[in-house]
Ligand binder design. Structure first.
Ligand code: ASP
Length: 438
């Protein structure tokens, strides 16, 4: 078994958090690669080191002194080092960095020091070999990764050093310059390192016990999802559930590596295991809805035309939406009508122009708009095997007075998507959760 364990900013925010990481890492000898973020917030009114480093750079750009901010950054590192009784001469590194603080310093280099220095401390604390991301995470100018070179480099290093720490969030460009990824990019580093090492599991340690079945701002104390497929995760994420960024999921998903989201503060929780497929499940094993997600603010535009030529009318309509750069989320089809669901934000000011073009081009007898629609998706791989699921969903919603304005089911029966009034969005999520998950 070979695991890559990535620890996010909150997991390395203080010496006490470092101690938790060490306990986790040393409790399982298969955790051979550890990817580390920059120290994050210790409390809600604290600052992430990455934010402070960006702030330093902004000061330098405008010719304002960043000494106070830089001092606060140095203190964070020294405090962790001293509390853990480490030998690392971080003052030398910080002095060197200070000498380079002028308006010409590369923002990517400066900001990457958050991950670099946090990882140096962690490597010494764990007794793991420190492998700089600039020596193993090779990036192309377009932001993509040189997977082959990354793979051969990491595999070669592992031969001599079976346990390594790699800083997240940055890599090097051809020529060696440092380049950072998008915010939260350490998740991507972890995923790429897992693929490079041919890991069995990519563990993503954070401050929640996995992906929750519903938005905790709507449902109180929703249960975490124990197991989910990558396909289900994509549906939930698309419908608004806040999960890992697609860019960090893609590499391990493609390589067929399982991704386990875990909580550094409650390591005994098993978190959420995301897998390519789940075989041999009995329908009675678990709940048949994996998760519920949704988004507000959609419009439904309904077009009616007597004796409609469906293919032609849909083609014309899609061209119009395309011209206004509006992505069509769903289409429902009737004999002499169809309805298009799209984000009100994307439609924006174009609403009346889109409707008038639909009316003219399609020679429609009627075009109607329903605004303020929320979409709620019930996602579950087991729904496809169960007759009567939709009936149950609708009965539960009907009993609570939630009026369903539109319905769509994915062709792979992985999700049922319901359109309700924005004002009934939260009730719909709660009813679905209480009826099928609670
Ligand atoms: N430290 C970086 C950020 O705050 C990257 C990461 O934490 O993943 O965005």
């Amino acid at each position: 078994m070979f695991k890559v364990a990535k620890f996010g900013g909150s997991s390395v925010s203080s010496a006490a958090q470092f101690e938790k990481v060490k306990k986790i890492v040393s409790s399982d000898p298969s955790r051979h690669i550890v990817v580390i973020s920059a120290a994050g917030k210790r409390s809600s009114d604290d600052h992430k080191l990455t934010d402070l480093l960006y702030l330093c750079h902004a000061h330098l750009t405008y010719g304002v002194s960043c000494n106070d901010i830089f001092k606060a950054i140095c203190e964070r590192f020294i405090e962790i080092r001293d509390a853990l009784h480490l030998d690392y001469k971080i003052e030398d590194e910080l002095e060197n960095l200070k000498a380079k603080l002028n308006k010409d310093i590369s923002v990517d280099y400066l900001v990457s020091r958050g991950e670099y220095l946090t990882s140096r401390l962690m490597a010494e604390y764990l007794g793991y070999f420190f492998l700089d991301a600039s020596d193993c995470i090779f990036m192309n100018f377009d932001g993509s990764f040189d997977s082959e070179k990354i793979g051969s480099t990491i595999k070669a290093i592992l031969k001599d050093h079976p346990n390594i720490v790699i800083p997240g969030f940055y890599g090097s460009l051809p020529g060696g310059k440092i380049r950072v990824m998008s915010r939260g990019g350490s998740d991507i580093t972890g995923s790429i390192a897992a693929v490079a090492a041919g890991a069995d599991i990519y563990e993503n340690w954070t401050d929640v016990s996995g992906i929750l079945m519903a938005d905790p701002r709507i449902v109180s104390n929703p249960k975490p999802i124990p197991r989910i497929t990558y396909a289900e995760l994509r549906e939930l994420a698309f419908m608004g559930a806040s999960v890992l960024h697609e860019e960090s999921v893609q590499p391990v998903k493609e390589a067929g590596i399982a991704l386990n989201i875990r909580n550094t503060n409650i390591p005994e929780d098993e978190g959420t295991m995301i897998v390519p497929s789940i075989g041999g499940e009995k329908l009675s094993d678990e709940r048949f809805i994996t998760g519920i997600a949704g988004r507000r603010n959609f419009d439904i535009i309904t077009v009616r035309k007597h004796n409609m030529n469906v293919n032609q009318s849909l083609r014309q309509a899609l061209e119009i939406f395309d011209a206004y750069k509006v992505n069509v989320e769903h289409i429902t089809l009737g004999l002499d009508s169809f309805a298009v669901v799209a984000s009100a934000f994307q439609i924006g000011e174009g609403l009346y122009n889109i409707c008038s073009e639909l009316q003219k081009t399609l020679r429609a007898s009627d075009v109607q708009i329903q605004e303020g629609i929320a979409l709620v998706a019930a996602v579950g791989r087991k729904m496809s095997f169960r007759p009567g699921i939709s009936g149950k969903l609708f009965r539960a919603l009907g009993q609570e007075g939630v009026n369903i304005r539109t319905i769509a089911q994915g062709s792979d029966e992985l999700s049922i998507i319901l359109g309700v009034d924005n004002s009934q969005y939260e009730s719909a999520v709660r009813v679905l959760y209480d009826s099928f998950a609670g």
